[in-house]
Design a protein. Structure first.
Length: 596
């Protein structure tokens, strides 16, 4: 009886599979252990960022031996900048954990905000002092002038001393804010004490509550709005401001027991609740503003493009909806953050693949290939490229959501993919990872069901002597359910390798099933030895004979027996006759009823 694979082995086997392939593989590998299936899926999704499971949880599970190979004693990789440009590899830099670019941005923002809040506070306190003098009220206390002087000095330092460090600016921040809070509490305590000594119990009741809380509430919200901070750091300032008036009123009540009434205690509770809710609101505001500020900073580092919404995420990177700041053109930005890639060797390898994908895509001009606008590397090592924003659905999701497609529609979609691949092959490039998830049906202008070929991350030159199906450490490139036999064997590949994968994709579109199913090894072995079950037999109903023959021809074991080029395949599919057919009108009707 074969032993059941461990969670670590399963994780390694399914990490790069699509969700549909991942579940099929796991259910076949451990049919009697659904808990293990769920655990491995959770780990993979956490590592890929596909769910809300935190990476801390994954790391903890790795430490417990679920994923990580405990026998490995490889030292932690260096975070120093690396460059392999001299060897023809992309220039990849890793920023130190402190993220100096973000700290520099924080320092700049803090200087501006301290200057602004300083001017506001100077205006408020200056107005209070002038008002007292003009209306001949009690002379302003000396400490009012002292706080005003502190604010003036702090504002000048923040606005004009560029050499100040972030820590020094924080000191100025605390001195300015707490000096104002001190002034407020001293004035409040003096005023309430005066009322209490005059036995003005009614007046004291009126003063305690919202009136005593209002100035401190304004100060808390002003601090939250103006000073960039995390909510945890802001709490060290906001909570003392909250406590100060509460303590002052409590001291007054304790000093004058003869004034203690039920109404007075009710007003005191009212003040505490109001200040507490104000502090919570101020801290939440700080968190929101800090999040938006950080996202804005991240967006500014991607050239002229501003990130607006994350629209996709997976093991190889994440995709954001973006907008060009000058052209107002919507776009999609695909990026990889080095801190999500594990050790430095793996990060370098993946970033090299990511750059190769961008460079390969940039050379292609077919309307059925995803259009690349720009690509680059940010200062802190985030590699990105900007591509056209597509409105639609990938073909794997299309089948999973709506079921197998009519033969005429499959032909309509595959023909378009052939046009993209034909150009790539003519330029000496093979995709090596054609599958339904990398074929995208979209709206483009007035057209729908318009196919775009995505993800040229495994592209290789046909003339490259190393252009075999093997990646590093002998792993097979591509997705097992769609790899050609020569790809599975690690032999040299050519355009007919993509033809095989396109045939396997058409098989999936027609049947809703992979050509072969099972574990990775079983699938690869079947690609080498077994003949595929005809699609019509697989689904138990007749299909277009011509299209079925073409699909099975694409799945021939020997590349010599397949269509010789994407152009030839496109021509053969175009010669098929379907009843009912599928064209632009049928596509528009379907999209209007299913994708509106």
């Amino acid at each position: 009886m074969p032993t059941q694979p461990s969670a670590r082995e399963l994780f390694g086997a399914v990490a790069d599979l699509s969700p549909a392939e991942r579940r099929i593989y796991l259910e076949r590998a451990c049919p009697d252990n659904p808990a293990l299936v769920a655990e491995v899926i959770s780990l993979v999704e956490a590592a890929a960022g596909e769910t809300g499971v935190g990476m801390e949880s994954l790391i903890q599970r790795e430490a417990e031996g679920v994923v990580r190979d405990s026998g490995s004693d490889k030292p932690e990789p260096s975070r120093e900048a690396t460059s392999e440009a001299a060897h023809g590899q992309p220039h990849i830099e890793f920023s130190p954990r402190g993220r100096p670019q973000l700290r520099a941005e924080l320092k700049r923002v803090l200087r501006v905000r301290l200057g602004a809040i300083g001017l506001v506070l100077i205006g408020a306190i200056g107005f209070s002092i002038v008002r007292s003098l003009v209306l001949l009220e009690e002379a302003p206390a000396f400490h009012g002038f002292g706080v005003l002087a502190i604010l003036v000095v702090g504002t000048i330092l923040a606005r004009h001393r560029n050499s100040m460090t972030l820590a020094q600016l924080r000191v100025v921040e605390y001195v300015m804010v707490f000096s104002v809070a001190t002034l407020l509490i001293l004035n409040q305590y003096a005023h309430l004490s005066q009322l209490a000594t005059q036995f003005s119990g009614g007046l004291l009741d009126e003063q305690i509550g919202l009136r005593t809380a209002a100035p401190f509430t304004v100060l808390m919200f002003a601090y939250a709005m103006f000073v960039p901070n995390t909510w945890k750091t802001a709490a060290w300032v906001i909570l003392p401001i909250l406590a100060a008036p509460v303590v002052a009123v409590a001291v007054i009540i304790a000093q004058f027991p003869e004034l203690q009434t039920l109404h007075l205690y009710q007003k005191f509770v009212e003040e505490v609740l109001f200040l507490g809710l104000s502090a919570i609101g101020a801290l939440y505001g700080t968190h929101v503003i800090n999040t938006l500020t950080t996202e804005a900073f991240e967006a500014r580092r991607l050239g002229q493009y501003s990130l607006t919404e994350r629209i996709g995420e997976g093991g190889m990177g994440e995709v954001w909806k973006a907008r060009h700041r000058l052209l107002a053109r919507p776009a999609a930005i695909k990026l990889i953050r080095p801190d999500r890639l594990g050790d430095q060797d793996r990060a370098v390898s993946l970033l090299k693949r990511f750059e190769r994908e961008a460079q390969a895509t940039a050379t292609l001009t077919s309307v059925h290939t995803i259009t690349l606008y720009d690509f680059g590397l940010t200062d802190d090592g985030v590699f990105y490229y900007v591509m056209e924003l597509l409105d639609g659905i990938d073909l794997e999701s299309l089948v999973l959501r709506f079921g197998p497609l009519p033969p005429a529609r499959v032909a309509y979609l595959i023909e378009q993919a052939c046009e993209s691949l034909w150009e790539a092959h003519e330029q000496g490039l093979i995709h090596r990872d054609i599958k339904p998830a990398n074929l995208f049906s979209c709206r483009l202008g007035g057209s729908v069901d318009f196919v775009k070929v995505l993800d040229f991350g495994l592209v290789k030159p046909i003339t490259d002597a190393q252009a075999t199906a093997l990646t590093r450490e002998g792993m097979v490139a591509g997705t097992p359910a769609f790899v050609a036999p020569e790809q599975a064997l690690g032999r040299a590949v050519d355009a007919r390798t993509d033809i095989y994968s396109l045939g396997a994709s058409a098989y999936f579109l027609l049947t809703g099933h992979f050509v072969f199913e099972g574990s990775d090894l079983e699938i690869l072995a079947d690609h080498l030895k077994r003949d595929p079950v005809p699609p019509s037999v697989r689904i138990g109903m007749p299909l277009n004979d011509e299209l079925e023959a073409i699909v099975l021809n694409c799945l021939a074991k020997d590349p010599q027996d397949r269509p010789g080029s994407a152009d030839e395949l496109q021509g053969r599919i175009g010669g098929c006759r379907f009843e009912p057919g599928w064209g632009s009108r049928e596509a528009r009707d379907w999209w209007a009823s299913h994708m509106s």
